[in-house]
Design a protein around this ligand. Structure first.
Ligand SMILES: Cc1cc2nc3c(=O)[nH]c(=O)nc-3n(C[C@H](O)[C@H](O)[C@H](O)COP(=O)(O)O)c2cc1C
Length: 369
């Protein structure tokens, strides 16, 4: 095995991880049951990937209202907790460590998931995106703005999600603060037009995020709490007119006032050529502001991941698509073996195909070039 730092242990919250490679959160739309509970198939999929230093679960809705796509697993009901318990038992049996990503899609939803009602958001603005429903991709619905009291209730739903996750055996939780979902719907002034304490100034727009963080930390401890942010994201949002000032404020505050298990920052995944106000390199821009355990994500190669950790720019690197296609990614990376190609056709929905049938390395082909 390699002696590069990427393949060495790191302490994250209560856990000592065997390597610095994480499986990034991935929605796979395979909770095909009335309860949207994880199944034995989920347990097989995640346990196959237990050699990751850390697994981040698929985004798991903290309430029915927080659901936006068909067959996503939740973390708000007894059946869901029971399903996740099976998953965690299997992952732990193999020595894995796994956090639950707590998700509320806000406006990126459809009346189908809301009993015919409008989804909720910071403001009544349509995402102009697509929601994956039983009838295929359909336009997102125009949301209604949450009342001030309802915002407090949603904060409590995150708290309950965190409690449920720990009860199910997860080692910690990750608040999904990325990709245009509810947290970004509060953060970004392209969406948030509120006039109460959750809108207006940067501090007010960040209030929802920090209230969610505080509630989750109060419930399960900072050492089991992490956060994912995508400061230059353009998915489901036009981001913020003062994006750099906004994210500097958030990340400085995280650094000064919190001791999270880790912070995960996602690199821009879209073309930013017409968006000069967004940071082109998220890690270089915001990484230096944060002294805690830092994870980076976004279209990296093996070599880039090795270099980033070696240079101390981040403590961990998470991979989504490559982990999806390579259950034994740490081993493959360590020996520079060939990689399976991810099949985009089976990313969302379906069964075992493209989920639990990616081959492990049986014959090791070492790349010596
Ligand atoms: C199939 C699929 C599902 C995803 N679902 C989620 C999700 O539930 N939560 C999230 O934060 N990001 C999600 N992402 C984004 C990934 O976590 C990651 O940020 C992105 O794919 C870039 O990383 P990569 O280049 O290693 O794939 C998803 C990506 C893919 C490919």
């Amino acid at each position: 095995m390699s002696d590069q730092k990427l393949f060495t242990p790191v302490t994250v919250g209560n856990n000592t991880l065997t390597n610095r490679l994480a499986m990034a959160p991935m929605t796979r739309n395979r909770a095909h049951n009335e309860a949207n509970a994880p199944t034995d198939l989920h347990a097989e999929y995640y346990s196959q990937r237990a050699s990751a230093g850390l697994i981040l679960s698929e985004g798991s809705q903290v309430s029915q209202q927080g659901m936006g796509y068909i067959d996503t697993a939740g973390i708000h009901s007894k059946e869901q907790v029971k399903g996740w318990k099976t998953v965690l038992d299997r992952v732990h049996e193999k020595g894995g460590v796994m956090y639950c990503q707590l998700w509320h899609v806000g406006r990126v939803s459809h009346a189908y998931f809301q009993d015919g009602d409008a989804p909720v958001s910071s403001s009544a603005k349509n995402a102009g995106g697509k929601s994956f429903t039983p009838n295929g991709f359909e336009p997102t619905a125009t949301p209604r703005a949450l009342s001030t009291d309802e915002v407090v209730e949603v904060v409590e739903e995150f708290r309950r999600g965190a409690r449920n996750a720990i009860d199910a055996g997860f080692d910690g939780v990750q608040i999904h603060g990325a990709n245009g979902y509810l947290v970004e719907q509060f953060l970004h002034d392209s969406i948030n037009d509120r006039t109460d304490r959750y809108g207006g100034s940067i501090e007010n727009r960040a209030r929802f995020l920090f209230e969610v963080l505080n509630a989750v930390i109060e419930e399960v401890g900072a050492e089991r709490t992490s956060l994912r942010l995508s400061p230059s994201n353009l998915m489901n949002t036009d981001n913020d007119s003062q994006s750099k000032a906004l994210y500097e404020y958030v990340i400085r505050r995280l650094d000064e006032e919190y001791e999270l298990a880790f912070l995960e920052l996602v690199e821009p995944l879209a073309d930013l050529s017409n968006h000069e106000h967004l940071a082109k390199n998220v890690l270089d821009t915001y990484g230096p502001l944060y002294n805690g355990v830092l994870m980076t994500n976004g279209d990296y190669s093996r070599e880039e991941a090795i270099a980033i950790v070696e240079e101390g720019k981040a403590d961990m690197v998470s991979f989504a698509k490559l982990f999806l296609a390579n259950p034994d990614l740490p081993k493959r990376f360590a020996i520079n073996a060939e990689l399976n190609e991810p099949d985009t056709a089976t990313f969302y929905g379906g069964g075992e195909e493209g989920y639990t049938d990616y081959p492990f390395l049986d014959e090791v082909k070492v790349n010596t070039e």
